[in-house]
Design a binder for this molecule. Sequence first.
Ligand code: 5GP
Length: 119
Amino acid sequence: MVYDNDNIFAKILRGEIPCDKVFENEYALAFNDINPQAPIHVLVIPKGEFVSMADFSVNAPDDLTVGFFRAVGDVARQLGLEKDGYRLLANTGDNAHQEVPHLHFHILAGKKLGPMLSR
Ligand code: 5GP
């Protein structure tokens, strides 16, 4: 799948539309989901043009790969989620209902979450 430069997260990364930022470094940006599915619902995205995990794992340079994964852990830690726990997920493609074609990890927390899959 070719990366679409007009996807909403590309626009957020370019600063063309605002986000409610919770973390940023040279590798990643994290911000609150506009339609939260839990009391805490943060999206973490890599700073680069990657549609999915498959794309990222093959095409991201090593420093970004390490930096992004560290950032995901840092966000969870900085939000204080280690003690009570959280769910980390990345929807990929049609079957998983991926809406935005820029790799993103959801961090969901703040209550006892439901079953992993609704159906
Ligand atoms: P996906 O279904 O692709 O895994 O998740 C996309 C997520 O992006 C959804 O949870 C949706 O609420 C969120 N989202 C879509 N547009 C925006 C936006 O403009 N700003 C923010 N903060 N989140 C968005």
